[in-house]
Design a protein around this ligand. Sequence first.
Ligand SMILES: Cc1cc2nc3c(=O)[nH]c(=O)nc-3n(C[C@H](O)[C@H](O)[C@H](O)COP(=O)(O)O)c2cc1C
Length: 209
Amino acid sequence: MQNKQTLLKAYNFRHACKIFDTSKTINDDDFEFILETARLSPTSFGMEGVRLTVITNKELQKQIKPLCWNQNQIDTCSHLVIFKTKTKDLKPHSPWVEQQFAKRGLPKEAQEQYMQVYANFHQTLKSQDIYEWGARQTYIMLSSMITSAAVIGIDSCPIEGFEKEKLESFFNIDTTQEEIALVCAFGYRVNPQPKKQRMALSEMCEFIR
Ligand SMILES: Cc1cc2nc3c(=O)[nH]c(=O)nc-3n(C[C@H](O)[C@H](O)[C@H](O)COP(=O)(O)O)c2cc1C
């Protein structure tokens, strides 16, 4: 019961914070906790293709802001996280995929079976590119991070409002290998949060019993 209350309190505390208190910095211990919940998040087939860049440098945040619709979260936050997904390495039969399956310590035959299922799965995804699939994994990580942050009283704002190509060239990212999928700012709020706007559960959910 107490766990439920703790988590619900965190979900109610979390909101898309539009401006952070520039005088406050998240301490290393707290940010490591948030990162640990990212690390423990699931990825489809256990591929672990997400990479994070954490920016605390104020000058760099200011340079990034115009590439993110000039949003105030970018340079007022304490920690700015850029979520990238591997692309080339996620293709079936790549050494990375081989390694991820081998890590499970399964017999060779089982590993090959897994690889076949993985290859077939990617065949069914053909209308989307591998980037779309990798990007989806970053959203799972995002969810873990904004929730765990809220549990310890840290605010956040997920950010899809950025110019992908410009941000990738800013970071000199080799886009044959990885691409940016998402951005998220973490810090401490300045303003009180607005009232939550959500539909009723009955509108969102149907039960088939
Ligand atoms: C994936 C994602 C991307 C978002 N991108 C932005 C953004 O670029 N800028 C912004 O101010 N809010 C952004 N938001 C915040 C949403 O607008 C916000 O979560 C939604 O309106 C619900 O409000 P709440 O989070 O305060 O409850 C984003 C949210 C998500 C989940």
